[in-house]
Design a protein. Structure first.
Length: 336
């Protein structure tokens, strides 16, 4: 496969990156992706057994250290750790997570939901490479100015949190590529070699996938959640939550009622309250309700719209092998 600046920058064989996914991108998946020649990314809640653990900073730090050490016992290859900066309590938690991760010695930081100015210098000072997550040209330029090493551009098709400007991958990537000099990584709607070759054609130097890696044997998502991805077709997901923070999930009773609340003009607080509780969630918040407890009717089943083309659970290594082989076949077929 074509070697790009992303391969050189991160010391990886293939420019294929596994996106972080909260609870379900633990050390086992991260190491499997990196070992297969891609780049695995540890998710913010990796290794958490229940949501109570997330409230205690000492526990959060201990768990992160354990997960980083576990990755290092499973692979000698480079890996990344996700820091969704956020604000308030989440910001304090991520500052603590960054300090612990630097102490453990991580090669690459994946920074989302925050200013690229906040931590880039601090990470560079100790030799950590920085990937910043963006959803528009404006934010890609800001990240470049702050000195990040590469940007991941998330299109509207992607699973989980997406940009408010609703820019699909196919229009976002070429515009960002034209606007910045640092390498651009394409995300949103990519699950196989076709997406990889298309991303290269648009000028991206790597791809970043969440939903495809959700449906792998090493991913610890609840089996109901994996099955929902396998069962999904092209129209199964919806982007919702324009008032409280837009994300893409599989359509279910939760997304339906959430959209009804927005349609009748419910206040921000009323919608937030519904996101937090209701629907007999047995004490779970919406995301872990789906991911950990397998409640795919009332949980938040984050998933990209490419799920319709994912029809089986395979190993992470198999995902990467198929992309590498498929890449060669497509390139051959495109030659005159
Ligand atoms: C279940 C799920 C959970 C996610 N959790 C996170 C997260 O914790 N942090 C983050 O930066 N992105 C998160 N994402 C976004 C992914 O890292 C990635 O950007 C996205 O999945 C790419 O689009 P795709 O699903 O079409 O491959 C999540 C996505 C999914 C599907």
């Amino acid at each position: 496969m074509k070697r790009t600046r992303i391969c050189e920058l991160f010391g990886i064989e293939y420019p294929i990156i596994q996106g972080p996914m909260a609870w379900i991108t633990r050390a086992e998946l991260v190491a499997a992706v990196s070992d297969a020649g891609g780049l695995g990314t540890l998710g913010p809640a990796a290794g958490e057994k229940n949501q109570e653990e997330a409230k205690d900073l000492d526990t959060v730090e201990k768990r992160l250290r354990e997960q980083i050490r576990k990755i290092k016992t499973l692979t000698g290859k480079p890996f990344a750790v996700n820091f969704p900066i956020g604000w308030g309590k989440q910001k304090i938690m991520n500052e603590r997570r960054i300090a612990a991760a630097l102490d453990e010695g991580i090669p690459i930081a994946n920074v989302s939901m925050g200013s690229p100015e906040a931590f880039t210098q601090k990470l560079h000072d100790v030799g950590v490479k920085v990937i910043h997550i963006v959803t528009s040209v404006k934010h890609a330029k800001k990240a470049e100015k702050a000195g990040v090493d590469a940007v991941v551009c998330i299109g509207y098709e992607a699973g989980g949190h997406i940009g408010p400007d609703e820019l699909p991958t196919f229009v976002l990537i070429p515009q960002v590529v034209d606007a910045v000099k640092i390498p651009v990584i394409a995300a949103g709607g990519i699950a196989d070699a076709r997406g990889l070759v298309a991303a290269f054609a648009l000028g991206a130097e790597g791809v970043y996938m969440g939903t495809r890696f959700l449906a792998t044997s090493e991913c610890n998502a609840h089996s109901n959640m994996k099955q929902a991805v396998i069962d999904a077709d092209d129209t199964s997901t919806v982007a919702f939550g324009r008032r409280t923070g837009i994300s893409r999930c599989i359509k279910n009773a939760y997304t339906k009622h959430h959209m009804e609340l927005e349609a009748i003009g419910a206040t921000f607080e009323e919608i937030r309250e519904y996101e937090r509780c209701g629907d007999n969630l047995k004490g779970w918040r919406r995301v872990p309700a789906a991911i950990i407890d397998g409640n795919i009717e009332y949980g938040s089943v984050a998933c990209g719209s490419i799920a319709g083309s994912i029809n089986e659970i395979v190993s992470a290594q198999e995902v990467i092998r198929r992309m590498a082989d498929g890449y060669q076949e497509i390139i051959k077929s495109l030659r005159d």
